[in-house]
Design a protein. Structure first.
Length: 244
């Protein structure tokens, strides 16, 4: 199952003068938008996997998203319109999977990133948790601190705390919905005094503390398209125009 939390307000884009949320912005062919390319990152699984998207009810986008999913050819999907705010990405995912099978594997992905070569298999099938990383700059990512004793294993995963140059591309995997819930529950117990949003990435530390394997795979930054801020969107537009 693939889950896409879409409860952000796209405030950086509106503040920059855009009149649409970032996932509705044009990209590629005349009838294509950012949303299409994000979902198309997982086109190999349109006929086999379930897709769950949770969006803002106040944006009145549920019918729009349903139409786009049909247009793209996704066979099994659910769109949830959520009223109100959540306490971060992890809580948004929790709401999205509330009625889903506890045993289903869970992929979580940002709605503002494109993957050009994603394929299941390999490391994630041996892991309780798995994420993809690239070598990057800046401190606005999720980061993996590698386990020096075990190749490909994470010793720590942080959010916006630069512990290495291994930056998450926004794809997060949990072996099951139930394991995600357990990690979130454990995090909440240990973080009662903390304030602020609950992100998905730090939940992996709960799995690591349980003695469960959290693996990562390093991919090339060329396999990723970013659209989280206006400057990234402009670069994507240039790349797509050059390839058309």
């Amino acid at each position: 199952m693939f889950v896409f939390p879409m409860l952000g307000k796209s405030s950086r884009f509106y503040n920059a003068g855009y009149t649409l949320p970032k996932y509705k912005l044009p990209l590629g062919e005349p009838d294509q938008i950012v949303f299409d390319h994000v979902i198309l990152s997982f086109r190999r699984y349109f006929e086999s996997d379930r897709f769950v998207l949770i969006c803002r009810a106040d944006a009145n986008d549920r019918s729009f998203i349903i139409e786009r999913m049909h247009h793209l050819g996704v066979l099994d999907f659910k769109v949830i319109a959520h009223h109100g705010e959540t306490n971060g990405q992890a809580e948004s995912v929790e709401l999205a999977v509330e009625a889903e099978c506890a045993d289903d594997e869970l992929f979580i992905f940002n709605i503002d990133t494109l993957l050009y070569a994603f394929e299941k298999g390999g490391s994630h099938t041996r892991a309780a948790g798995y994420l993809e990383v690239f070598k990057g700059e800046g401190d606005h990512w999720s980061f993996v601190f590698p386990d020096s004793a075990r190749d490909g294993h994470a010793a720590q995963v942080t959010e916006k705390v630069r512990v290495s140059d291994l930056c998450s591309n926004g794809l997060y995997y949990f072996q099951s919905v139930d394991l995600f819930r357990k990690a979130l529950y454990s995090y909440r117990i240990r973080a009662r005094e903390r304030e602020g949003e609950i992100y998905v990435a730090p939940l992996y530390n709960e799995l690591i503390a349980m003695g469960l394997p959290v693996l990562y795979k390093t991919i090339s930054i060329e396999e990723i398209g970013f659209c989280g801020v206006p400057d990234e969107y402009k670069k994507l537009l240039e790349q797509f125009s050059q390839n058309m």
